[in-house]
Design a protein around this ligand. Structure first.
Ligand code: GCB
Length: 592
């Protein structure tokens, strides 16, 4: 019996300080315009239900010929089965479909030579949920969170020649995580976005935030950021605006306001400008749109004009690829949104791939982005708060140059307790501090008995989201009018969700709950009602595509949420699609 089988009852008992959440928003670098070396591809792989690898320290074992092995490890990370990265293991093998636990990924990393004047950063696009990183047998850092990128500087740890990179990714659902144990989407484990290596000069631009300035009539561009390393000045160029300006760097930060009148970005005219920033020999670039998004009273204003958000909600979910997103998948999503007549999408319920917001910038869609503070989080737990706050900051730092993003949402349908109010109010404040230029929101609660929006968080966000399912979970759609009267909201309300399940294909019902025609009727009734509701400033029905979720098992659902306007095949439209599309196109025509 190996000694380690008797110890390590709890994670904290491992003699390596694993659970430190050491990789967080402070270790990010700005990657726009940088050349990356892809570390995607085949990795040696092993699921490890009992965390034997942490106890036996599989990570510390470097490749050894069979005859030189000093211990009988239960897994050899350098032999055996491989899987592609990015991927979700649930989609690779039937026996991994429901697997929740740790899994090990190993690959070589060959460095022809190391340049003493360069720095090296590993970037992980996303890993669900807890990811520990090892290099050449050493534990280097750990990240929590499911959908935001994280970085680890390898400069001091790489050697010339062959290195070994290893990840231990654990997707166990626990009470103290964000999200916690219970969600209405599938728990796809694994490294499911790109892994890359970035090489930079000694001085690194860590952060660049550029936007139209909210002061003085929006005739300025504000720029700020962080430089790590020697630099006296940063130089900003935006050729199409005639901007070429030196900005002093002090204590590693810079900030300036520059007079400019760019053409404003909007869905109708998604103008983007090439931006370049240089400092201390480092250079980054971006394509940035400039626009104003504000709330005034109960209106949402885009570039000073009241705007109605014609939206649709969407998950990252694919029949074959799980949460792995491709360019093709994203483009198809925006084409469907365009066909519907949308000017807006809600990216639910966690940060989607960063390419989504880049494409929305180019194609002209506004976005709601969100962190998975979903249902009953451990609101009393300060460590849970830090995790949520870190996911929010990583998302904001990743996407705050995207004109398409107009809303940071801090959560969805959470019980109105004191602990929750404090937790989510602090998140809304964090968002405003990191980015004062966008609106905050959350899906708030309706008290159905009182027919009123009743949620103390509503006073602390800019836009009140409500998920209402009249015609599905709730009966009387007339209540929506009463809710408006009873609540008399002092700020814009957006229906962040509404919808109904509609099964199609073999065995689908002809009428009643779960039929396509029932779903179509719900959309007709909702639209008839929404035409009368002045307090609603936008909607994002639930949802564009049917998606996988194992908690729904009736014969029509069979492991899927069937509220998609389009089947999970991402091709077959349901009747409700054209009903919503004709209303949206009518609204869009009225705007012109
Ligand atoms: C909701 C949740 C969403 C669910 C949806 C449903 O309110 O926010 O995550 O999937 O309802 O279909 O019940």
């Amino acid at each position: 019996l190996a000694e380690n089988a008797l110890t390590a009852l709890h994670d904290e008992d491992y003699d390596v300080p694993f659970n430190t959440q050491s990789l967080n928003h402070t270790t990010m670098i700005f990657t726009g315009g940088r050349q990356a070396r892809s570390l995607n591809g085949q990795y040696n792989f092993c699921v490890d239900l009992l965390d034997t690898g942490l106890r036996q320290k599989w990570f510390s074992m470097l490749p050894q010929p069979q005859e030189e092995k000093t211990e009988p490890w239960d897994y050899d990370p350098y032999e055996g089965e491989t899987v592609p990265v990015p991927s979700n293991w649930a989609m690779l093998k039937e026996k991994w479909y429901f697997f929740e636990g740790s899994a090990w990924y190993t690959r070589p990393l060959d460095m022809e030579k190391l340049d003493a004047e360069r720095r090296y950063f590993l970037r992980m696009g996303a890993a669900q949920y807890d990811c520990k990183i090892f290099l050449n047998g050493e534990f280097l850092g750990n990240h929590y969170g499911c959908s935001t990128p994280f970085f680890l500087e390898l400069t001091e740890h790489l050697k010339a020649g062959r290195n070994w990179l290893m990840f231990c990714v654990n997707n166990t659902r626990t009470l103290d995580r964000v999200p916690m144990r219970n969600t209405d989407w599938f728990n796809y484990g694994g490294i499911y976005r790109e892994v890359e290596l970035y090489e930079t000069p000694k001085t690194v631009i860590r952060d660049l935030f550029i936007r139209l300035s909210g002061d003085e009539g929006y005739d300025r561009i504000a720029v700020s950021g962080e430089v790590d390393g020697a630099a006296d000045n940063a130089r900003l160029t935006i050729p199409d605006l005639g901007i070429d300006q030196e900005i002093p760097v002090e204590n590693g930060t810079f900030s300036a306001q520059i007079e400019a009148s760019p053409d404003l970005w909007s869905p109708a005219s998604p103008r983007l400008y090439d931006v370049k920033l240089e400092a201390g020999g480092d250079t980054v670039t971006d394509r940035v749109g400039f626009r104003r998004i504000e709330r005034r009273g109960t209106e949402i204003l885009l570039n000073g004009k009241p705007t109605f958000l014609r939206g649709i909600s969407v998950h990252e979910d694919d029949l074959e690829n799980g949460k792995v997103t491709s360019e093709e998948d994203l483009r198809r999503r925006f084409e469907h949104a365009r066909e519907l007549g949308c000017n807006y999408l809600r990216l639910a319920h966690y940060p989607h791939h960063e390419r989504a917001a880049q494409l929305a910038d180019e194609l002209g869609f506004m976005l709601w982005e969100e962190i998975p503070v979903y249902w009953a989080i451990d609101f009393e737990n300060e460590a849970t708060f830090r995790d949520a706050q870190n996911q929010l900051l990583e998302l904001i730092k990743r996407d705050r140059n995207r004109a398409s993003v107009i809303i940071w949402s801090v959560g969805n349908e959470n019980p109105d307790t004191d602990a929750r109010l404090s937790f989510m109010r602090r998140l809304a404040e964090t968002a405003k501090e990191a980015d004062p230029t966008r609106l905050t929101s959350a899906a708030c609660l309706i008290n159905h008995a009182k027919r009123k929006i009743e949620d103390r968080l509503a006073d602390h966000i800019d836009v009140i989201g409500i998920n209402e399912y009249y015609g599905w979970y709730d009966e009387n759609i007339e209540d929506l009018e009463v809710i408006g009267r009873n609540s008399a909201p002092d700020r814009p309300v957006v229906i962040s969700e509404t919808g109904a399940d509609g099964a199609i294909g073999d065995g689908a019902p002809e009428k009643g709950f779960f039929s396509e025609s029932y779903m179509a009727d719900v959309y007709r009734e909702q639209i008839a009602m929404l035409r009368r509701l002045a307090y609603v400033k936008g909607i994002s029905p639930w949802i564009l595509y049917d998606f996988r979720i194992e908690r729904r098992q009736n014969i029509y659902q069979a492991g899927f949420n069937r509220k998609g306007l389009i089947h999970a095949d991402k091709k077959t439209r349901k009747e409700a699609f054209s009903i919503l599309a004709s209303w949206y196109h009518e609204l869009a025509a009225g705007e012109r």
